[in-house]
Ligand binder design. Structure first.
Ligand code: HEC
Length: 239
């Protein structure tokens, strides 16, 4: 029991370190909110697909799952020239990526499963100005990340506020220092839609499964009614 407890505490402390003192914020995930998923898909193609792919999903699947017709997806969501059967491929090639970023932007199909929705939400909101970094930004959740802030025009700039304890300096919070094109509320919504979409991409069958669940419940209910009537019928003569 003691061992278990210390393991638990250890894991807990890792969590605190991992986020570098800044706590994760809650993403509001709702896969039934098709409009949010549609906006998220659009944002993903606009702001992320330049560097990241999501090869586990095709535009056709997005059309079917999000209740859009194929033409709409090709015109308003997919980049020009993409076909409906294509996966969400980034146009960036490996060679350029290595040259520009020193690393390759990972495929984001399963990122919501490996990192979690709250982490992604906090990460996308966690960029702050840091002139010592190649792209002029750092991230509160992912220190020294090699990715520029793709949403800076919407969000504006943020500066870090530190807490010093003797020699140790920890990031306490971020404060907004210049306005973007969106208000803070609008920006939260944009990021939330993006994360909602990434959660869906991580497991598209979730949407189907929820639908299936409703049918199963309906069936059970009808079956219960029939069973009840049958029971009454059988026992009628016994009583
Ligand atoms: C200009 C190119 C570029 C754009 C645009 C971009 N990224 Fe990235 N991204 C990168 C690179 C490069 C890395 C790898 C960073 C590293 O490992 O230090 C990365 C890493 C990430 C990671 C961390 C993966 C991990 O767990 O290691 C996430 C999450 C991510 N990007 C999400 C996004 C999302 C969501 C968008 C769109 C809103 C986006 N990125 C737009 C280049 C980009």
């Amino acid at each position: 029991m003691k061992k278990l407890l210390s393991l638990f505490l250890l894991l807990l402390s890792f969590n605190v370190f991992a986020s570098g003192g800044v706590e994760l914020q809650d993403a509001d995930i709702d896969l039934n909110d098709k409009v949010s998923l549609q906006r998220g898909a659009k944002h993903f193609v606009t702001y992320c697909l330049g560097c990241h792919s999501a090869k586990q999903i095709r535009y056709l699947r997005i059309a079917v799952d999000l209740g859009l017709d194929e033409k709409h997806v090709l015109k308003d969501i997919a980049p020009e020239g993409a076909g409906i059967y294509e996966q969400l491929h980034s146009a960036m090639n490996k060679h350029d990526a290595e040259k520009w970023f020193g690393t390759q932007p990972p495929d984001l199909s399963l990122i919501a499963r490996s990192r979690g929705a709250d982490w992604l939400y906090s990460y996308l909101k966690g960029f702050y100005t840091d002139k010592s970094r190649p792209f002029g930004v750092n991230n509160a959740i992912f220190e020294d990340v090699g990715m520029p802030n793709p949403l800076w025009q919407l969000q504006g700039e943020q500066q870090p506020v530190y807490e010093t304890d003797g020699e140790k300096r920890t990031l306490e919070k971020l404060v907004s220092t210049s306005k973007g094109t969106q208000t803070a509320q609008e920006f939260d919504q944009t990021v939330n839609d993006l994360v909602n979409f990434l959660v869906y991409v991580g497991e598209p069958v979730q949407l189907e499964r929820q639908q299936m669940g409703k049918y199963v419940l309906f069936f059970l209910f009808v079956f219960l009614a029939i069973a009840y009537l049958l029971k009454k019928e059988y026992w009628k003569d016994v009583h």
